[in-house]
Design a binder for this molecule. Structure first.
Ligand SMILES: CC(C)(COP(=O)(O)OP(=O)(O)OC[C@H]1O[C@@H](n2cnc3c(N)ncnc32)[C@H](O)[C@@H]1OP(=O)(O)O)[C@@H](O)C(=O)NCCC(=O)NCCS
Length: 182
């Protein structure tokens, strides 16, 4: 999997991504709608998991870099939703799209640009029927990306994230959906 957009290259993980990925996932501002920042070890384990998943099922969240400079931008892509989470979402969807970018690159429309390429890949090359996205109810920037790429909020699918304890302030999630264009 290697995708190109006007400004981005979207590609599988490489060993050289470990430090910049750890910096993004260790940044409290990037992670403000997550229960915690990740340690470098946890970020590395996430990269290992993505590599393993890609080898097993053919795709998983990957890296984004600036085409013109090679700078690391963040992670973006499609992934199978863990069973416990998908069971909590109306319709039991299989695949989600998601993104976490270095804040130095926010506000330039790069996440929607990369996400549209991933949607094309999901519906075209992978032949998926539906892709969903979900996030904490208060994560407006992420919901703006979902809207910009044509996803539609499904209020009936709002759910409490099963991996967060009851009463956790980030537990309430909203769901956006998009189906394969006819
Ligand atoms: C969500 C995210 C990937 C958006 O990426 P992006 O490339 O900045 O996307 P856009 O440029 O299209 O901006 C989307 C929205 O982000 C917000 N935004 C833009 N620049 C911002 C900045 N500097 N600071 C805070 N929010 C900003 C705005 O709400 C914007 O919507 P608008 O264009 O209607 O004003 C990025 O904000 C991010 O990495 N956030 C932290 C990780 C995260 O929450 N991931 C999603 C988990 S489900």
């Amino acid at each position: 999997m290697r995708l190109e957009t006007e400004r981005l290259i979207l590609r599988p993980w490489q060993e050289r991504d470990r430090a910049p990925l750890a910096a993004v996932l260790g940044d409290p501002e990037v992670r403000r709608f997550y229960p915690s920042v990740l340690t470098p070890e946890q970020a590395g384990a996430q990269l290992d998991f993505a590599m393993q998943k890609t080898a097993e099922v053919g795709f998983h969240f990957g890296a984004a870099e600036v085409k013109a400079t090679g700078q690391f931008v963040g992670l973006i892509g499609l992934g199978y939703i863990p069973d416990e989470t998908r069971a909590a979402i109306r319709g039991n969807p299989a695949v989600e799209i998601g993104w976490q970018f270095d804040k130095a690159f926010w506000g330039q429309g790069l996440a929607p640009e990369g996400a549209l390429a991933w949607l094309d890949y999901g519906f075209g090359t992978l032949g998926l029927d539906e892709i969903v996205a979900f996030t904490f109810r208060g994560n407006v920037p992420s919901q703006r990306v979902m809207e910009k790429i044509g996803m539609v909020r499904d209020p009936d699918a709002d759910f409490e994230h099963p991996r967060l304890a009851q009463g956790h302030p980030l537990r309430s999630h909203v769901v956006y959906r998009i189906t394969r264009p006819v």
